[in-house]
Design a protein. Sequence first.
Length: 259
Amino acid sequence: MFSDISQKQIKQSLVVGLLAGILAGMFGVGGGFLMVPLYVLWMGLDQRRSHATSLAAVLPIAVAGAMGYSTSDYVDWNAAAALLVGSIFGALYGVKLLGKVSLKFLQLGFAALLYLSAMRLIWSSTPHQLLEGTPAIAFLIVVGFFAGVMSGLFGVGGGIVMVPALIIASGMDSLTARGTSLAVIVGSAISGTIANLRKGNIDVAFAVLTGLAGVPATFIGVYLSQQVPQRLALILFSFILIAIATQQARKVQLGSAVH
């Protein structure tokens, strides 16, 4: 499995996993928003395979993150169950779309996703219970489905959608929202990865190396999430997303200019 990749690529995969794991643990996301552009821009993977490989690598990282948060009771399992119902089916649909949409759409869509995520992080949300009972469950299922579609299509965990939804609509504190998000990402990552494996979309060696490197780093991220001032961390993180999105958009622009 590892015979076809160079020592340089092995080291790159491990670095990507470490970075993605720390950010996943800190912010309750899968880390795919970082893995995809690094796979493409740094390691030279094809855009579609990068999305699929990222989702596979997200799986062990999300498991580690969910475990880290659950040990401190920062997972709402009822909300996670509702989100999971939608996310599993959403991930399958996202993988289906991955093979149909254009490469330019994937590139621009991913850049737009990063920009929107950065804006959401800069805008500080406070917990507020907007929905209760059946409407709340229905809302979470819809949010889960949309997050699942993003997982399958863009190779991200979907936490950038679930975390703010849980804070704004369900009244959760930030830490519980992140832990719940990671628990849901486990399910959507399993669903999407199985579908991608059947289609042969995943670079298994990269996924394994990145995912394994990300596991211990995720526990570090969970620890930091409870130590670092949240407002400062979110603002710094948003600038990272903007930088990556800008680089992705420029890549699309340069590609269009060549053609």
